[in-house]
Design a protein around this ligand. Structure first.
Ligand SMILES: Nc1ncnc2c1ncn2[C@@H]1O[C@H](COP(=O)(O)OP(=O)(O)O)[C@@H](O)[C@H]1O
Ligand SMILES: [Mg+2]
Length: 276
């Protein structure tokens, strides 16, 4: 199997005895879109930091793109991963938005002309082209997240980790950026790990890794995990919007089919109405 990421029996603790990440194993195939879903504090960001070697595991193995993550391969592993952190303030170092998007590209030794093209192309894609000469610190949280995402996308890494990377955007902006990421993923055959507690975002994943208190509760197709209302409630996660409605109507005795898809919901509601 062509695994892009292999994690075997990984454990980590910030303080002795805490079991922050507790013996987890999972594989991610090349070109897949995987969501790591879990309540706050379940260990999602810690996994992201372990995957890029920002934190040192206690035990277990991490293999990225065929390279075992150790001191010797650290640079090779980091080369293939682009990460957008949860807090965009940790990602900004430049005097202007342009500098920030350029930062990763400069490390890749891309010629200047090509770099300018990439910067304006990706700034446009995230609708920040009018802010290229602005100071990053003066942007809103959502705007900072857009810039951070542009910077990573411009580098076209084989793997992208998005740690709650659109959490500060409004729902429409969030949908826009997530659609953009999915389009680029397809175009460039990238592997995406989306870390989130947003169920509507997780819906688009090929696979969901469901995390709770540092342990994997379940790994399955998005469809199967997100239609398990009992499991989601148990883990204090939200229920997908469409399912909430169809399930609520069913409980009221109305004949409707459970769905995760908002368009399908709309159609079913329309049909119900025409029968009234
Ligand atoms: N730097 C740190 N030092 C000590 N404990 C931490 C640190 N960062 C996170 N934790 C703890 O580790 C657990 C997992 O945190 P985190 O990976 O950030 O979860 P998530 O991203 O799922 O919200 C939480 O209980 C959190 O309080
Ligand atoms: Mg987190």
């Amino acid at each position: 199997m062509d695994h892009m990421i292999e994690v075997k029996n990984l454990s980590f603790e910030y303080d002795e005895g805490l079991h922050t990440i507790d013996n987890i194993s999972f594989n991610i195939d090349k070109g897949n879109y995987v969501a790591i879903l879990g309540h706050n504090g379940s260990g999602k960001s810690t996994i992201a930091k372990l995957l890029i070697g920002l934190l040192e595991k206690k035990s277990g193995d991490i293999i990225v793109n065929g390279y075992e993550l150790n001191m010797e391969n650290l640079y090779k592993v980091r080369e293939s991963i682009g990460i957008v952190f949860q807090n965009p303030d940790n990602q900004f170092i430049g005097a202007t938005v342009r500098d920030d998007i350029a930062f990763g590209l400069e490390n890749m030794c891309i010629p200047h002309e090509q770099m300018d093209d990439l910067i304006s192309t990706y700034a446009k894609k995230v609708h920040m082209e009018d802010f290229l000469n602005h100071e990053p610190t003066k942007l809103s949280g959502g705007q900072k997240q857009r810039v951070a995402i542009a910077g990573i996308l411009a580098m076209s890494p084989s793997i992208i980790i998005l740690d709650e990377a659109t959490s500060m955007l409004d729902p429409i902006g969030r949908r826009e950026i997530n659609t953009l990421v999915r389009e680029l993923k397809k175009e460039k055959d990238m592997t995406i790990i989306s870390i989130t507690h947003d169920i509507e975002e997780a819906k688009y994943a090929d696979q969901i890794i469901l995390l709770n208190k540092g342990k994997i509760v379940k790994t399955d197709r998005a469809k199967d995990i997100l239609s398990d209302i009992d499991l989601l409630s148990q883990l204090k996660l939200d229920i997908p919007f469409a399912l909430k409605i169809t399930n609520g109507l069913k409980e009221k005795g109305i004949s409707i089919k459970n769905t995760l898809d908002n368009k399908d919901l709309e159609q079913q509601l329309c049909q119900l109405r025409s029968k009234m």
